[in-house]
Ligand binder design. Sequence first.
Ligand code: NAD
Length: 363
Amino acid sequence: MKKHILIIPGDGIGPEVTTWGKAVLEQIAADHEHEFTFEDGIMGHAAIEATGNPLPEETLTKARGSDAILFGAVGHAKYDNDPTLKVRPEDGLLKIRKELGLYANLRPVVLFDELLDASSIKPEVLKGTDILFFRELNGDAYFGEKKRSEDRDTASDLMIYHRYEVERIAVKAFEAARTRNKKVCSIDKANVLESSRLWREVVQDIAKEYPDVQTVHMFADTAAMQLIKNPRQFDVVLTTNIFGDILTDEASQIAGSMGMLASASIGDGTGFFEPIHGSAHDIAGQNKANPLASILSVALMLDISFGLKEEAIGLTDAVRQVLKLGFRTADIATETTDSKKILGTKEMGEQVLILLRQTLSVK
Ligand code: NAD
């Protein structure tokens, strides 16, 4: 299979982790006789420094011409504490999501048994958790009109949804539920927000077309509590942009670390694959970042964008084997981890490559 992949490393730990995402793609191409070609694009702080624009036109053109995009993260400390700055790295990310029509963000929260003790939640509560989040990505307060009063003392972000935006992601979530445990939990704040009342109404309408799928509705605050109390109750979770952003970070603790969670943003065109974490300035450039979320994002790319299920399963298995052998990056290490097996970004990436090659030689 021939595929052209755009790599957007971004800022902070982005380049460190995407290096390993690309390395596993190269290994898989060599092992399975695929032809994957690559080019790089800039976005975020790196792009602002180079061009003044967080998403240069050139990157967007490359994105439109690619079969899939592997993204790292954007963000830089200087913007975090200076809300007055007009151009921000995250603007690039929001723009590319809108321009490519990436309206559905899929975030699988699957706990590898080997990491049961890496979470701060009790193993007996966690074991067997397997959730697939569908976070809406093109609407909500993130894209609604933003206003600031002339005296600068009042600000607002319009929380807005249109029926078609809710319909298209709800259909994707219900379709996915049919291939899983046939349960959808839709999360909103319909008790206080009008946009959530529309959300619930539309989800109820779509649910009628899927009588074989059990649908429940939950308020976002209750969901935040239930995710920790009993995460196994969830199968497919369908939610808005802002609630999905917050709840999936919370859910990352089920998987042990932000460094373990992958995501796929899809719409009707090119898919965009990225770890859920940010640019993590606190550990950038120190060979400390966990590359597994980026590597698992590649598994999603292989499966969702290229239909290469066997390769996707092989890659996920290689990650599982590495964990089974006891190797950990610092974020998923515990008191019982053999200190010789606590690896840096590069060494963890190399272990996954070794296991990938071994899996192939066993076949
Ligand atoms: P973050 O996800 O970057 O980091 C949160 C914590 O998790 C940090 O302690 C970090 O060290 C740790 N962490 C994250 N990824 C890790 C990994 N792969 N391995 C080990 N530890 C990891 O979130 P933050 O600190 O709130 O934000 C930092 C910057 O990233 C900000 O500028 C923010 O705007 C940006 N951000 C970008 C994205 C994105 O590009 N998609 C998402 C979230 C935040």
